[in-house]
Write a protein that binds this ligand. Sequence first.
Ligand code: SAM
Length: 210
Amino acid sequence: MQKPDLSGAYALDGPDSCRRLYADWADTYDQDFAQDMDYRLPAEVAAAFLRAHPPEGPVLDVGAGTGLLTAALRGLGFQGVVDALDLSEEMLARAGQKGLYRDLIAADVTKPLPCAGYAGIVCSGTFTHGHVGTEALAPLLAAALPGALFALSINDVVWRDKGFGPAFAALGGQITGLDRAEVAIYGQAAQGKDPAHATDKAQIVTFRKA
Ligand SMILES: C[S@@+](CC[C@H](N)C(=O)[O-])C[C@H]1O[C@@H](n2cnc3c(N)ncnc32)[C@H](O)[C@@H]1O
């Protein structure tokens, strides 16, 4: 079996291939991917979320994977309740071992969600090639309380190719205060590990549900 990696992840073509890839990647993701690539995106999203002054209340970490984004939030002092949502049971199991979350929710974010009532929605690394596009915005808005703060990373190329600009514009009065900033997804170490992706960028988008 080929070792799971970023190229394999970018080539995913649906929920079944996604579940298979992340079942194989869950045990090694934190070391082989996050540490070796100096993966900075979870920390960038966590910082953007806290800078924007989230309201009190539970937060949903979407495509939580092994829990790196919520670990970054905790590292920055965030003590609120966070639930993890992910398609992959194996990634959620790894996240669960870290003791960061109230609930672990196995669900597809592109479909109506089995959870609601969130004051914050955060997501790193899931709006990307082969994963999730604009179709996840409506289920996430439905799961959020009025005034909820969103902080989402969206791969820069996916932002353009999947029409995120027009999709946010089409939300009109459903959201307020849309802001975005470009960040590097990886640090310097990525050049040695995976030069093809080392300089990839993401947009970090923050906004509130009206
Ligand atoms: C690149 S990982 C990012 C994990 C974590 N947020 C991080 O930054 O390390 C992408 C995650 O999104 C999850 N995922 C992909 N498609 C999904 C979907 N449709 N619904 C929910 N989770 C999904 C995968 O199972 C995987 O755990």
